[in-house]
Design a protein around this ligand. Structure first.
Ligand SMILES: C[S@@+](CC[C@H](N)C(=O)[O-])C[C@H]1O[C@@H](n2cnc3c(N)ncnc32)[C@H](O)[C@@H]1O
Length: 383
């Protein structure tokens, strides 16, 4: 990992402020992040429990580009908006794998050929809001075209064959209709434009499947390490069955199932559950669409299990789930958190459990964000 200051022309020119920790060298960023999370969790995680942090590559690690389209149809910008609402082109952002640059250029050409006027935030005019591009580790692509209305769809459909010919690795394309003037990425209606509706995402020993909507860990290499570590801890606990709560498209459950555990995933998004089911194949994993914050729904979905793994959104676990887990009789709990503040709150409620191992995963280099994995064992066994 480089100990040299990192340079980004967009950051240095003040065009983009997303990577708040630049130009700090990655080794320094990681050491500071480790110190910060250890301090934040000091009441719950003993210092001996910390394993060395898992770092990231400095550049090229993002598997998803969420591109705001600005400028004009003839000269679109793909990137972000500045404070005045004008488009800022970030096609050369270093967070994306370099092989996406020619893809971005082809997308810009598609916008021009299909005469898709970018949405003008101030005037509330125009049609094309965002292009969301996902790249698998096998370099296959999924594109989501976010439009204000159906009006430009015929032009999108007319020019799509040309785009698919230009980009032979483009497997999945959808149009998303997002009529509201709201600061969210996409709207409620998804229109598939290709026969395939899911992109295969190879991750270590399994291939996850992902639709245009829904959560996916954005740093493929670090996510692979996270899934492998969690699976290792589950296996070492001697568990044979595991419930993966807030399972998304099944990353933890499918890795655990590949290692021989019987897994059940619980997730609120029906699309994510369908994607996880389609990725499971012959693995001993099943997926249930239910509210993971509701202990009764979790018990109905998963029954009695030896281990529970949770990976909630930033808000953390609900109080009811924390209370139910605190009273649980599992061999182990594994908690993967993207928010040390809610992790600290939830660990405080998990009375009867004790953190035995913890590790920081640098899923979001150059930002303050930290992904932390902790292993808990019943306090009576591990004291
Ligand atoms: C941080 S993501 C984790 C996804 C997955 N574990 C992974 O590694 O890709 C959180 C997931 O929780 C889901 N979710 C949010 N609220 C939920 C709830 N009440 N019950 C079940 N799942 C929920 C979201 O749809 C999202 O897929």
């Amino acid at each position: 990992m480089s100990a040299l200051p990192l340079h980004c022309p967009h950051h240095e020119a003040g065009r983009c402020g997303s990577c708040t920790l630049l130009p700090t060298p990655l080794t320094t960023q990681l050491a500071r992040k480790q110190e910060a999370v250890a301090a934040r969790l000091a009441d719950h995680v003993p210092s001996v429990a910390w394993q060395p942090p898992r770092g990231s590559a400095p550049w090229g690690f993002r598997n998803k580009a969420k591109l705001v389209v600005g400028g004009t149809a003839a000269e679109p910008t793909l990137g972000i908006r500045d404070e005045q609402g004008r488009g800022v082109d970030l096609r050369t952002c270093g967070l994306y794998p370099p092989d996406l640059l020619p893809v971005f250029d082809r997308l810009a050409r598609f916008v021009t050929r299909a005469a898709l006027p970018p949405y003008d935030l101030a005037r509330r005019r125009g049609e094309l809001k965002h292009l969301v591009l996902t790249r698998s580790a096998a370099s296959e692509l999924m594109l989501r075209i976010v439009l204000r209305s159906e009006a430009p769809l015929p032009r999108v459909e007319e020019h799509l064959p040309g785009l698919l010919a230009d980009l032979p690795r483009l497997r999945v394309v959808s149009a998303n209709l997002h009529p509201a003037h709201a600061a969210v990425l996409a709207g409620p209606t998804e229109i598939p434009l290709t026969e395939a509706t899911l992109l295969g995402m190879p991750m270590g020993p399994v291939t996850l499947r992902l639709g245009p909507d829904g959560f996916f860990q954005t740093n493929t290499e670090v996510a692979e390490a996270l899934y492998a570590r969690a699976t290792g801890w589950l296996m070492e606990s001697g568990a044979r069955t595991v419930a993966d709560l807030y399972c998304g498209v099944g990353g933890f459950a499918l890795h655990a199932a590949h290692a021989g555990l019987e897994a059940v995933g619980v997730e609120i998004s029906a699309d994510a559950v369908r994607a996880a089911e389609s990725a499971a194949g012959d693995l001993p994993a099943r997926f249930v669409c239910a509210d993971a914050a509701d202990p009764a729904s979790v018990t109905a979905a998963a029954g009695e299990v030896d281990a529970v793994l949770v990976n909630p959104p930033r808000r953390g676990l609900g109080a009811d789930l924390v209370a139910a887990l605190a009273a649980g009789t599992q061999r182990t709990l594994v908690y993967s958190s993207c928010n040390p503040a809610t992790l600290a709150r939830d660990l405080a409620g998990l009375t009867g459990w004790r953190v035995t191992r913890a590790q920081l995963f640098d899923m979001f280099p150059h930002t303050e964000h930290a992904e932390v994995l902790v292993e808990l064992r019943p306090a009576r066994l591990s004291a």
